[in-house]
Design a protein around this ligand. Structure first.
Ligand SMILES: [Zn+2]
Ligand SMILES: [Zn+2]
Length: 170
């Protein structure tokens, strides 16, 4: 877990501090599958801006998220650029004015980065935008091979119609 000790920074209003640090990220779980951050400790840039009434934190990092394609289960990788901001009032009188990632003068960068990555993920992680996926019937990987499902059974109502036609015709 990567935590930044805010007591190491004493800023006066108007002052800014920039830090570059490696943020440890946990794998994310999505739809029962695990997606790994690549690299597991991406280098992040943290900017701390002290204003009169509070502090603005900005976290920027670039990483990839790797895991199974949600259609065909082949390895998929997605590049993400994260740019997140949080505000902490000097004297917060409501929860809206305080970030959930600061407690006891410690900024929990791992939790913040994990949540920001989760928010930045699309609904579906695919190996390729046009991934054809697996056939629900035979399991064929439709990106590589044709479907092996047997042709559909004829509708029994048509069979009855054919019998009827035969009767009428004969
Ligand atoms: Zn796929
Ligand atoms: Zn099939």
């Amino acid at each position: 877990m990567t935590v930044f000790d805010l007591r190491s920074v004493r800023l006066r209003p108007g002052e800014q501090r920039r830090e570059a640090l490696d943020v440890e990220l946990e794998p994310l779980s999505l739809g029962g599958q695990e997606y790994r951050p690549v690299p597991p400790c991406p280098r992040a840039s943290l900017t701390i801006d002290r204003a009169a009434s509070g502090t603005v934190f900005r976290l920027r990092l670039e990483l990839a998220v790797a895991g199974p394609c949600m259609r065909c289960l082949e390895e998929a990788s997605l590049a993400l650029a994260i740019d997140a901001s949080e505000y902490q009032a000097t004297r917060p009188d409501s929860e809206e004015l305080s970030t959930p990632y600061v407690a006891d003068d410690l900024l929990d960068l791992s939790a913040w980065a994990r949540d920001a990555v989760a928010l930045a993920l699309p609904d579906r992680i695919l190996c390729h935008p046009d991934c054809a996926g697996l056939c629900a019937g035979c399991g064929a990987d439709l990106n590589r091979e044709p479907c092996r499902c047997p042709p559909p059974e004829p509708d029994p109502r048509f069979a009855k119609l054919a019998d009827l036609r035969e009767l009428l015709g004969g």
